[in-house]
Design a protein around this ligand. Structure first.
Ligand code: GLU
Length: 420
């Protein structure tokens, strides 16, 4: 597996390659090559035993020319500046690609949330939000869930932010974060949105390639929010989940794994190991297991040369951000495996975040069918545009996605210039 330090280099390499390919305006290239703001905060939090512990938090605001900064907050022990910078740039590309009036950002705290109590997690989240202060806001920078965070984390952030505003404006600032629980101003359909978006893209791809999803097999790495909802969506179309891998191991069942029972099991036990008495196999066995569709839905840099050589799949649909390294990608391409890139495949999350923000602004809430049909409309049209761009430029879907996003940002800068 490749080292995380190089993730930013990978993203920058793709950025340079595509900028060269389309002759991106040098001014726009200069602006996009670095984030606008890099915020790092160190803040103390009281632990359950009374001691104070110091945490390091990040918020990287990459670009806001098309709208407020937008992107998730990650809680993970390996969060680091370069990783968050890379993820923030991917958010700018993602939002521009799917046509949202939003920019790109990402944040995180370097710690393992599994090692802390619920009360400690609440205090860590509130202290972090307070440290960020006016660096976030419903019309400025709007965080959302990412790895290690969820609707509860967002509600704590919202509540902390609201309570630091004056009385009269508290209810106008719910949109400071998205991915909140429905009771606290969240939207229906946000929890499942990223996984559902992956499935909508896979459905379009299957139509284009003639694969019958009802007869197909798929495997998933990571059975958290994205992986489990993608599994439920594909299983409801008749596809069989035959292999899963997570931090606790691999399980394989050629007849198909019951996705609903597995989701319940993981919610209780924190991992897939031990489910249904399947033997716990290795990571290598997961990647060499033959399937039609493989969905990496865990961390970045998971598919490097070794994994790419082992993979026997027709499509990699990137539920995670940055799961495939450039070297891994090269091998997969030579083997004829299609790669549906992260900025497209997992954009359902931020698309429905945008719907939540719009509903918060209007104080008017949508029924779930509307969320679902609007998500389908936005993500399907982005998918078809990427396919067209890849034909016109004779390139893969990742390059085509970057091209679409850069063209959109370039057009905006051509009209606006820079101030002053
Ligand atoms: N963390 C998600 C992503 O990487 C969602 C971001 C959002 O909804 O703002 O796309």
């Amino acid at each position: 597996m490749a080292d995380k330090v190089v993730f930013l280099e990978y993203v920058m390499k793709k950025f340079e390659e595509v900028a060269d390919k389309i002759n991106l305006d040098p001014k726009v290239r200069t602006i996009l090559s670095q984030p606008k703001n890099e915020i790092i905060v160190n803040f103390p939090v009281q632990m359950d035993n009374g001691e104070y512990k110091l945490f390091k938090g990040y918020r990287i605001q990459h670009n806001n020319v098309q709208g407020p900064y937008k992107g998730g907050i990650r809680y993970h022990e390996e969060v680091k500046l370069d990783e968050v910078k890379a993820l923030a740039m991917l958010m700018t590309i993602k939002c521009a690609l799917v046509g949202l009036p939003l920019g790109g950002a990402k944040g995180g705290i370097k710690f393992n949330p599994r090692e802390f109590s619920q009360d400690e997690l609440m205090r860590i989240t509130r202290r972090f939000t307070h440290s960020l202060g006016d660096s976030i806001g419903p019309n400025y920078d709007i965080p959302a869930p990412d790895m290690g965070t969820n609707a509860q984390t967002m509600v704590w952030m919202m509540d902390t932010y609201m309570n630091t505003r004056d009385q009269g404006s508290r209810h106008n600032v719910r949109g400071v974060v998205t991915g909140k629980s429905v009771e606290c101003g969240g939207t229906l359909g946000r929890n499942s949105a990223t996984g559902t978006g992956v499935v909508m893209c896979v459905e379009e791809w299957a139509k284009g390639t003639g694969l019958n999803l009802a007869d197909s097999t798929f495997s998933i790495q990571g059975f958290g929010n994205v992986g489990s909802w993608a599994a439920i969506g594909l299983a409801s179309l008749g596809a069989h989940l035959t292999a899963v891998n997570d931090h606790t191991g691999t399980i394989i069942c050629p007849e198909g794994i019951n996705v609903y029972s597995l989701k319940e099991y993981v919610a209780k036990n924190g991992g897939i190991a031990g489910f249904g008495d399947y033997p716990v196999l290795s990571r290598e066995e997961f990647f060499s297991h033959e399937v039609d569709i493989l969905i990496p839905a865990a961390l970045e840099n998971q598919i490097d040369t070794e994994e790419a050589e082992a993979i026997k799949a027709k499509l990699i649909a990137e539920g995670a951000n940055g799961p495939t390294t450039p070297a891994g990608e090269e091998i997969l391409k030579n083997k004829g495996v299609s790669i549906m890139p992260d900025v497209l495949a997992n954009s359902g999350g931020v698309i429905v975040s945008y719907f939540e923000w719009v509903q918060n602004k209007a104080s008017n809430y949508w029924v779930e069918e509307k969320v679902h049909s609007e998500l389908k409309r936005v993500i399907t049209s982005a998918y078809l545009e990427v396919v067209n761009t890849s034909k016109n430029h004779n390139c893969d879907m990742r390059s085509a996605s970057f091209i679409k996003a850069f063209e959109s940002l370039q057009n905006t800068y051509a009209l606006r210039g820079i101030f002053p």
